[in-house]
Design a protein around this ligand. Structure first.
Ligand SMILES: *[C@@H]1O[C@H](CO)[C@@H](O)[C@H](O)[C@H]1NC(C)=O
Length: 287
């Protein structure tokens, strides 16, 4: 098993080696990549003509350590659209460097991917959100970035993109519109939201005071992933669509007896994962 390292392992040459290794082993040339969040790996089950690469077999690739994350790259067809699906992602809280967390995104770019769909399980911060809602990510707050943890810190290789990338257009407007349309067609409109995702490092869930801060920051949902991948993807010009499944509600009231826990997160994803999968499956054909 790979020991999470603090060193940057995502130089252009490292990523290129990994991408080239994959390109000689599969004939597929996906234009769409999907990152499956906690409990959402079943999306990969819907893929036909599968070609599966366990992370530990891929040179340069980190390996996954969280329960509920399978840890493999799946190439194949979703409704006849070629795509590559990451079943199991890397979290900063696992001890990986922020550069390692974004390694797969840069590999996707070098594979020729143009669109990235990121999914995650998130806590509802907006008081009107319900457990089981699907949120189209409209924007994000990079809280670790505020504190110096950005995947773009360090030497900038122009082959990935510019030193100071724009983030005001991080979540593609056309893809968001398409996602909302598709959700209504798939009868998911009743539990659809559009909002702001805030990343925290975790692995603790938020204190009550922290949840109150997030609300005041303008966050609608909070989670421990996604933002580094999106930052890296935007730097190298990938279009991004983000979808959060609201699996629990952040506690903002000192009189509440509710407590966030990982089992609840997995149970909720189990219930609504199917809807989210259906949504992504139909969306992919329209991209
Ligand atoms: C919470 O979500 C609702 C419904 O999506 C939205 O109308 C509202 O503006 C959000 N509240 C805040 C404080 O952002």
């Amino acid at each position: 098993m790979e020991v999470p390292s603090c060193q940057s392992r995502s130089s252009y040459d490292d990523c290129k080696k990994t991408a080239d290794w994959l390109l000689v082993r599969t004939k597929q040339r996906p234009r769409v990549a999907i990152i499956c969040g906690s409990g959402l790996g079943a999306l990969a089950d819907l893929i036909d003509d599968k070609m599966v690469f366990p992370y530990q077999d891929i040179p340069g690739f980190p390996t996954s350590t969280v329960a509920g994350h399978a840890g493999q790259l799946v190439f194949g067809k979703l409704q006849d659209r070629e795509c590559v699906c990451m079943e199991g992602r890397f979290h900063y809280y696992e001890g990986y460097s922020i550069h390692t967390v974004t390694y797969p995104v840069r590999v996707f770019f070098l594979l020729g991917v143009e669109t990235l769909i990121v999914t995650n399980a998130a806590g509802g911060v907006n008081g009107s959100y319900n457990v089981g809602d699907i949120m189209v990510i409209k924007d994000h707050i990079n809280l670790p970035g505020f504190c110096g943890q950005s995947p773009l810190v360090g030497h900038n290789d122009d082959r990935f993109g510019v030193r100071f990338p724009c983030m005001s257009d991080a979540y593609d407007r056309n893809l968001r519109t398409l996602a909302i349309q598709t959700a209504h067609e798939q009868n998911c409109g009743g539990f659809l939201q559009e909002g702001v995702y805030c990343m925290v490092v975790g692995p603790t869930f938020e204190t009550i005071a922290e949840s109150n801060i997030l609300q005041r920051f303008g966050a609608d949902a909070v989670g421990m992933s996604t933002v580094p991948e999106v930052v890296a993807a935007r730097q190298c010009g990938l279009r991004v669509l983000g979808l959060s499944l609201i699996t629990n509600k952040a506690v903002t009231d000192y009189d509440s007896n509710e407590k966030a826990n990982h089992e609840e997160v997995l149970a909720t994803t189990g219930l609504r994962a199917r809807d989210l999968q259906r949504l992504v499956r139909h969306l992919v054909t329209k991209i």
